[in-house]
Ligand binder design. Structure first.
Ligand code: ASP
Length: 338
């Protein structure tokens, strides 16, 4: 029989009603006990590594999850991680970078309503996640509402709807129909030995621009000890007030402080291309690194990862612009569905 390691971390799926509202209370074992037919799919062992609302998830928790997955990878056919939906995309992106050349599926799932509620979406999501852990392809994914989404491409679109996540700028990896896993897109094949990298540098700021943004926000980033910043700009690469001090503000970071400035778009789809407009070209000249079509979650995590690898600015730029785990489109060939 196939073997799954279920790593339980909390989230709505595990919530119980309290006077303070929903609070994670069920253990991973208790979740499994309420869906006994999961035992028909695989023999499932549980590791409870925390039981928290995912809003409280820290970078150190990503490390604990990554270590647990890495430790389980030898002995199991797949890993399922139950997790709160709110920051699941950050954790999925983080695991995509921290765990390379995985040989097994690592599947995050959760629910919009606690498993204990009658109309919960938890049971379907758990069943689907276990099916993907056993029959899916290697790598990190989110399985939710019958969809399989690449770990570095997921975006939480709805705070209540069962169909909470979309795959941004990347094909869905597949779907689950009546318990059957239908794999539709094969992500990059990695061939090295499985590796664990946990030295993320968490001192990354995220700055969402508005037309009123001014360089003082960048100076704040410099003053308060950040190591790098992700700027969410406009459209294909617009930066507010570039000619009214913003370009100099960026230079103070990139040239004087040797701090990477990675730019992504506020538009959910298509991403940035700094070559399109004069404003984008000026941003590039000031040292902005284009984040192409990455999600915010992935851009933040990738910058943490690159800063954890090196302090050399050109190496950081090279890492950010390389396609490590399908977080940047462009180089891959989409293969036809099976
Ligand atoms: N606040 C919850 C969490 O992220 C939401 C959920 O799981 O759906 O832990």
């Amino acid at each position: 029989m196939k073997r799954i390691c279920l790593i339980a971390t909390g989230g709505t799926i595990a919530c119980v009603q309290t006077e303070q509202g929903f609070v994670p209370g069920l253990s991973g074992r208790e979740l499994l006990a309420r869906v006994p037919d999961l035992g028909d799919v695989a023999a499932i062992d549980v590791q409870q590594i925390m039981n928290i609302d995912s809003s409280e998830m820290q970078v150190s928790d990503w490390r604990s999850i990554a270590r647990a997955v890495f430790g389980a990878a030898e002995a199991y056919d797949g890993v399922v991680i139950t997790h709160g939906t709110d920051t699941m995309c950050y954790t999925a992106a983080a695991l995509s970078f921290m765990l390379s050349d995985l040989r097994i599926p690592v599947v995050l799932t959760g629910a919009q309503r606690p498993l204990l509620l009658e109309d919960s979406d938890a049971v379907n999501n758990l069943r689907d996640a276990c099916a993907v852990a056993v029959y899916g392809e290697a790598g990190v994914s989110i399985v939710f509402n019958h969809k399989i989404i690449h770990g570095s491409r997921a975006f939480k679109m709805y705070s209540k709807n069962d169909d909470a996540y979309v795959s941004r700028n990347y094909p869905y990896l597949g779907k689950i129909e009546n318990g059957q896993v239908i794999w539709q897109h094969h992500a990059k094949i990695q061939r090295g030995q499985p590796r664990l990298f946990v030295s993320l540098n968490e001192n990354v700021a995220l700055l969402k621009l508005t037309p009123a943004s001014n360089p003082s926000a960048l100076d704040y980033v410099a003053k308060y000890g950040f190591s790098g910043v992700v700027i969410e700009g406009f459209g294909t690469g617009g930066i507010a007030n570039l000619n009214r001090g913003m370009a100099q503000g960026i230079r103070r970071l990139t040239e004087e402080r040797r701090m990477p400035v990675l730019m992504i778009s506020q538009c959910p789809y298509d991403g940035v291309n700094l070559a399109v407009y004069g404003i984008g070209e000026q941003a590039a000249k000031a040292g902005v690194i284009p984040g192409n079509d990455m999600t915010t979650e992935t851009a933040v995590v990738k910058l943490m990862w690159a800063l954890g690898k090196t302090q050399n600015m050109s190496e950081i730029a090279g890492l950010l612009e390389s396609n490590i785990c399908d977080e940047i489109t462009g180089e891959r060939k989409i293969q036809p569905a099976d």
